[in-house]
Design a protein around this ligand. Structure first.
Ligand SMILES: [Zn+2]
Length: 168
């Protein structure tokens, strides 16, 4: 009970910040994508090359997935789209919903790592180029624990967590 009340209190409505520089539009997203997400105003602002920075998207529910898929597939003035810093919540959707990315290329994403020595957990930013090439997973990079300096483990099955890369 206490946990679910806390989750309610922590719920953060989706917002975004648009930056334009040198012909490139970057949109930083924050919060949760749910049935209240309304992309119509953002859609009107987007044209040319766009980059979606998705590190701070915490949660996405099934209604939010529908809103998002409709959004990314209907951007008539956008010429190319890139997702960077995809949060684990975004990666989960990329793995389950084949058209979640629309026409976007994924440049980088966070992956869960855990230290089996001291239980420290961290999400590490991985570049697609470093883990995936020529149609297959090259392997996941190793990181040392910030707390105890031992090698950390990838905290999921790489072939499952990274399956979205094979669909690009
Ligand atoms: Zn450790």
């Amino acid at each position: 009970m206490v946990l679910s009340m806390k989750a309610q209190a922590d719920s953060v409505a989706l917002s975004w910040r648009i930056k334009e520089r040198g012909g490139l539009t970057t949109v930083d997203f924050f919060g949760e994508i749910d049935e209240n997400a309304d992309f119509s105003d953002l859609r009107r602002h987007l044209k040319g090359s766009v980059v979606f920075h998705l590190a701070e998207v915490r949660r996405i529910n099934s209604c939010g997935v529908r809103e998002w898929v409709n959004f990314v597939r209907d951007l008539p003035d956008v010429t190319d789209m890139t997702f960077t810093h995809c949060s684990p919540a975004i990666v989960t959707q990329l793995n389950m919903i084949y058209n979640f990315r629309g026409p976007a290329k994924v440049r980088s994403f966070y992956a869960p790592y855990v230290c089996e020595n001291c239980n420290n957990e961290e999400d590490k930013l991985l570049e697609v180029q470093t883990v995936f090439a020529d149609g297959e997973i090259k392997g996941v990079p190793e990181f040392d624990c910030a707390e105890c300096h031992r090698a950390m483990e990838f905290d999921d099955l790489p072939e499952r967590y990274l399956s979205f890369l094979s669909e690009a």
